[in-house]
Design a protein around this ligand. Structure first.
Ligand code: AGP
Length: 590
């Protein structure tokens, strides 16, 4: 939540424009408002430009300068207004502060600052940071003042401060991500790599409790506790610029849906050694607990079915409901934390709790350099590449594929599992390549465009598939889509079905096919419009979107139908499929 981006030594002295462009790459982190502060070349006063709304096509007329700091906001404290947009200044207007996180003790800090006559303009928790630094810098260096202030803040936070006098950016991290980029005599600070990937792939991911000072002379890394300088060891990322660009597609979402044709089979060529080691632990008697939030949580549920098929009783616990069950976790438990960003607050809280109980943590994570990666004992990197659209697609299918491979490895069938995933990649490529299929989805989207309620049913593996399918519809089109286990239907839900109500039936050629069709018949008898998402035809279906028959793996194409349908419904209803309202890509607050 919230994107941070700053630059030192902009090569064209167009730091504000550079920051604006970089912020557009981070917009997925929050799009309530954006703002930039710059030290102009020809002036000794900070200039700030900030506005509510998406940064999309925004322009800025901030003057030339080589040092600037910017922010995209996902509002927590204070409404969505120009005034509450970051950066925030101190009373002297010589410090500009941007922030990602929540300052839990901001009220107490503010009360003290008010006693010292500080003038507050916004309703944000962030503004107290600027005034506290101002206060502390009266009798110490600006660097010490920032470090001390940061250590006063409670909660998970990352801050970046632009100091006018020294033309320095100082940033600190505790719980919210920060990465620095080392370019050709240019230095970057960001919440995520895509902001500066155009300029450099030489990066350093800050750890919690670290701070950086960036100025003309270069970058210095500090330990916040001791305030001593540390050696900075950057790494070179194998990410390509195209990964963070739309590459001819209208939206990142549709690009990422199609990238699954490569990202799913890619999971067979990474992690083999780690998967084998983890499988051996499970075979030796370790319990398996899977956790995550949102889409990642649905991934844990689908994986639970995969493990069950291989004779393993895995637990799936949403991270935000983890605590009551954490007492069952012990040193012989493997806790799998599934996450695209590796920064989701609830997932990290569950992981920290599991660690306290002595569990071994396996992070099944997509983003690089995340907090989750660092907390984990073992990392299963899912390798889907940067996922920019807020709605998760390719990260989810790669996580699911990775867990499928692990489940097969536990049953000593890893090679067969690999072949099945490779085949899935091939079949999906042929299936998605057929324009006829996409035309069918677009036609269906047109038909359902004005609906406000939809229902979905599925059984066994297709149950978590309905949860994920429905979430894609809700996130991208804002249509109420409610998923149910098919068996749940007659226990109450069926009251909601009326003549013409769209009802999706997700099915596979499996042992529960006939039961699902009976449920479809019950829906049909109440007048529902039955839309089959399935490899087979049935008289119960009024409409059929035929998916390839891939056994257990049929849920992949079944879910991809939901991704595509959500995308086209969203576009048709005028929503922004890359940036759904009220959401942010990584949810770093509880
Ligand atoms: C997915 O489309 C969602 N926007 C959301 O549910 C997401 O999956 C969830 O917030 C977890 O994020 P993570 O994978 O980065 O931990």
């Amino acid at each position: 939540m919230c994107g941070i981006y700053g630059i030192i030594n902009d090569k064209n002295n167009q730091a504000a424009q550079t920051v604006l462009e970089g912020l557009k790459k981070l917009e997925y982190r929050g799009y309530d408002s954006w703002g930039i502060a710059i030290k102009p070349l020809a002036s000794d006063t900070l200039r700030v430009d900030k506005h509510i709304g998406k940064i999309g096509e925004a322009k800025t007329n901030l003057p030339p300068g080589s040092t600037a700091l910017g922010h995209t906001r996902w509002a927590t404290h204070g409404g969505v207004t120009d005034i509450n947009a970051h950066p925030h200044l101190d009373c002297t207007k010589k410090l500009a502060v941007i922030h990602n996180g929540i300052v839990e003790n901001y009220q107490e800090i503010k009360e003290e600052l008010l006693k010292n006559n500080h003038q507050f303009i916004s309703e944000t928790d962030t503004e107290v940071i600027a005034h506290l630094i101002e206060d502390k810098s009266k009798n110490k260096s600006i660097i010490q003042a920032v470090f001390e202030t940061f250590k006063t803040l409670r909660g998970s936070n990352a801050i970046a401060v632009l100091d006018l006098n020294s033309q320095t950016i100082i940033a600190c991290r505790n719980g919210s991500p920060l990465v620095i980029g080392l370019g050709n005599n240019q230095y970057f600070l960001a919440s995520d790599v895509p902001a500066f990937l155009k300029e450099t792939n030489k990066v350093y991911f800050l750890n919690d409790g670290e701070a950086v000072v960036l100025n003309n002379a270069g970058i210095k890394l500090f330990d916040l506790e001791t305030e001593k300088e540390k050696i900075l060891s950057p790494q070179i990322l194998d990410w390509k610029l195209e990964d963070a660009e739309k590459g001819g597609y209208t939206h990142f979402l549709i690009k990422e849906i199609y990238e699954q044709l490569k990202s799913i089979p890619k999971t067979t060529s990474i992690n083999e050694k780690t998967i084998t080691e983890i499988a051996n632990k499970i075979k030796s008697g370790y319990k398996v607990v899977l956790t995550g939030c949102g889409t990642a949580s649905y991934c844990t549920l689908a994986a639970k079915y995969f493990f069950a098929k291989q004779g393993i009783d895995a637990q799936s616990i949403p991270a935000y409901e983890f605590m009551p069950f954490s007492k069952f976790i012990d040193q012989k438990t493997l806790v799998f934390a599934i996450s695209q960003s590796g920064e989701t607050a609830d997932t990290l809280i569950a992981v920290r709790q599991a660690k306290k109980r002595g569990a071994e943590i396996v992070a099944v994570v997509n983003a690089r350099g995340s907090t989750l990666e660092r907390l984990a004992d073992t990392v299963l990197s899912v390798g889907a590449g940067p996922e920019i659209a807020v709605v998760s697609t390719k990260a989810f299918t790669s996580q699911l594929s990775t867990l499928y491979l692990l489940a097969t490895a536990v049953a000593d069938r890893y090679e067969q599992g690999k072949e099945k995933i490779k085949n899935l990649g091939k079949v999906l490529t042929i299936w998605l390549d057929k324009k006829i299929f996409e035309t069918q989805i677009i036609d269906l989207a047109k038909k359902l465009m004005d609906e406000e309620h939809m229902y979905l049913i599925g059984k066994h593996l297709n149950y978590p598939a309905t949860l994920e399918f429905a979430l894609k519809i809700k996130e991208t089109s804002y249509i109420h889509a409610e998923p149910f286990a098919a068996g749940e239907l007659k226990h109450g839900v069926i009251t909601l079905i009326q003549k013409g109500t769209p009802c999706f039936v997700l099915a596979s050629q499996d042992e529960v096919r006939d039961e699902v069709l009976s449920s479809a018949a019950e829906l049909k008898a109440r007048g529902g419009l039955i839309i089959g998402i399935s490899p087979f035809e049935s008289k119960e279906f009024d409409i059929l979107i035929k998916t390839p028959d891939l056994g257990d793996l049929t849920i992949f194409p079944n879910i991809i139908v939901g991704q595509l349908l959500g995308y086209y419904l969203g576009v048709g209803r005028g929503a922004d499929p890359d940036k759904p309202r009220n959401l942010a890509k990584s949810v770093t607050v509880k």
